[in-house]
Design a protein around this ligand. Sequence first.
Ligand code: PLP
Length: 303
Amino acid sequence: MIFKPENSVNQKVLLADNMGVELYLKREDKIHPFVSGNKYRKLKYNLIEAEKLGFKTLLTFGGAFSNHIAAVASAGNALGFKTVGIIRGEEVEDKIYDNATLSFAKDCGMQFKFVSRDVYRDKTSESFVHSLEQEFNDFYLIPEGGTNGLAIKGCEEILTPNDKHFDYICCSVGTGGTISGIVNCSKPSQQVFGFPALKGGFLQQDISKFVIQNNWKLIGNYHFGGYAKINEELISFINRFKKMQGIPLDPVYTGKMMFGIFDLIQKGYFKKNSKILAIHTGGLQGVSGMNTVLKKKNLSIIE
Ligand SMILES: *Cc1c(COP(=O)(O)O)cnc(C)c1O
């Protein structure tokens, strides 16, 4: 088996004694180097379904640094599917080999179609999907970010019976699929905190549609200005965290979540003596792409 969900163990995060809480990190990033963390969980039942229905091709959508694009390309390659990626931004077409995510996906055999930001925004329209059917024939469509009912079913397997004793579960939020699965498999007495990686008021509603209980909350002050926006403070936090804990974080999702958790612990936000489980949703393939951008801007890089 190329995927190793058994590698996802809870690792203790070292905190100063006076912090008053215990923090563990569930290492979903260890499941696979490219189909990492929640992307494995979200794809699992979709891939089973695609195979069951006899599809030979997977088609999906994403930006030029997308963890989801890397995951679909890699999983498709491993399991014998053709893959098609509809990529946001026509300008990246000439820069595939400057971009670690796209060059990796291409090496996995993914075929790309680059579209303008306007077309991309409209990608779920009937007419656009119809044009894709004309161009690529029969495909199993996986939505942007991979979120659908089967993805949430996969994310309901992130927590195990051993995780029952945690008071809080924390995860990063993009489209909200992952937190929805986690909420659905949490105990009603546990509190689930989501840390959005982007600005936007739509998430609350999206998640409400998928969850079966109300023991969750979004903590919206740690997006650092928006999706994939970062600053020196975040970079130095990620580098310090890796040095002290031996655990790499990604700058788009898990770094922001962990920054938020540390800040909230320092502010006494969590109950005294409580146990917190944070989910390392992976995303480490995106670090080298981010570093290329940081170097161009003469900023510090992620070590
Ligand atoms: C995609 C991704 C997320 C967001 O997951 P959603 O289900 O879209 O909310 C979080 N962390 C990492 C590392 C991701 O790649």
